[in-house]
Design a protein around this ligand. Structure first.
Ligand code: 173
Length: 321
């Protein structure tokens, strides 16, 4: 066990005794799977600020932090087992516990729709059952992924290339003949610097946060899939909250999801910033791009349905693609 987890456990035990059952105000301990202050933690941190402002005397969040506290691929399990009460984490990091989490990247509808048409409800049910958690919010539905490369390719073929992946990109990288190597975000820089990998999967935004622009040459077009970063609450913790406490969290969740409107401009400015940093596009044109997108989508669903044959088809139907 890493020291970070020990510290967190100690905090967890202390918190359990510090908050009597009758307390009016409850304090939740929150972790994030992404480095603190970076692209995919930022809005969660704004969410925490809002809850701590609006929830005075009702509910507060104690932000434990990022990967130094819990390794990214263990964050799902940490919220399942109540080592953390709340987590900011992408589905790709807990597909071992919930294979359906891999489908979230294939569901790019705005959350306002997903909450009305039953999509959120079904995804929440899966999180209840498989991850002992409540699916409080989903962020970044309108932020796509790319494959970034350090070797120029002239056709859609990754033969001979080692590409850093998570479950988001594993199947498509393999289908294109590449060798997938799974690492958490914290190991991407070193893997690139040492030439252990020739490229990596990552969203359109965030590559500057950890200095990857210094070790990146190309961004492959087109953008594909949809980022999902969820806010999960341990289900026992959620069920133990009163109506007022849940209202603070629900209101802040809707507010958090609405921040996604900022991504349209942010995605564009990230591409411009990459161009300025000398990171150029590799683009095979509209027809190849269309074929790639269809292939990525079909391979994605095939993989979900193979690993979750009972629930995968319903997810695809809800996704409508
Ligand atoms: O590449 C990754 O680590 C990954 O899967 C991911 C998912 C959502 C946001 C950022 C990265």
């Amino acid at each position: 066990m890493k020291p970070g987890i020990l510290t967190l456990l100690a905090t967890a035990i202390a918190a359990t005794f510090a908050v009597p059952a009758s307390a009016q105000q409850v304090t939740l301990r929150a972790v994030t799977a992404f480095a603190e202050g970076t692209q995919f933690s930022k809005n969660f941190e704004r969410f925490i600020e809002k809850v701590n402002q609006d929830g005075k005397g009702v509910i507060q969040i104690n932000y434990i932090g990022g990967p130094r506290a819990v390794p990214p691929f263990e964050v799902g399990n940490a919220v399942r087992t109540k080592v953390a009460d709340m987590a900011n984490v992408t589905g790709a990091f807990y597909t071992n516990l919930m294979p359906e989490a891999d489908a979230l990247k294939l569901i790019g509808k705005p959350m306002s729709e997903q909450r009305k048409d039953g999509t959120w409800a079904f995804i929440n049910e899966l999180h209840n059952k498989k991850l002992n958690s409540h699916y409080l919010a989903r962020q970044f539905h309108n932020v796509p992924f790319h494959i970034y490369l350090n070797k120029k390719i002239d056709k859609l073929d990754f033969s001979g290339l080692k590409i850093r992946v998570t479950p988001v990109y594993r199947d498509i990288v393999q289908a294109l003949g590449g060798t997938p190597i799974t690492t958490p975000p914290g190991e991407v820089f070193t893997a690139l610097e040492r030439g252990v990998v020739d490229g990596y999967g990552w969203p359109v935004s965030g590559i500057f946060d950890l200095g990857w622009d210094k070790v990146t040459k190309f961004r492959m077009e087109p953008p594909f899939y949809a980022v999902d970063v969820g806010v999960l609450v341990n289900l026992d913790v959620w069920n133990g909250l009163n109506d007022a406490q849940r209202k603070v969290l629900n209101d802040a969740a809707v507010w958090l999801e609405a921040l996604d409107s900022e991504n349209v401009a942010a995605n564009k400015s990230e591409v411009e910033r990459q161009t300025k940093a000398g990171i150029g596009p590799i683009d095979f044109g509209p027809e190849e791009s269309k074929r790639f997108l269809e292939r990525a989508r079909d391979i994605g669903w095939e993989s979900v349905i193979k690993r979750a044959p009972d629930t995968g088809p319903k997810l695809r139907q809800l996704a409508g693609n």
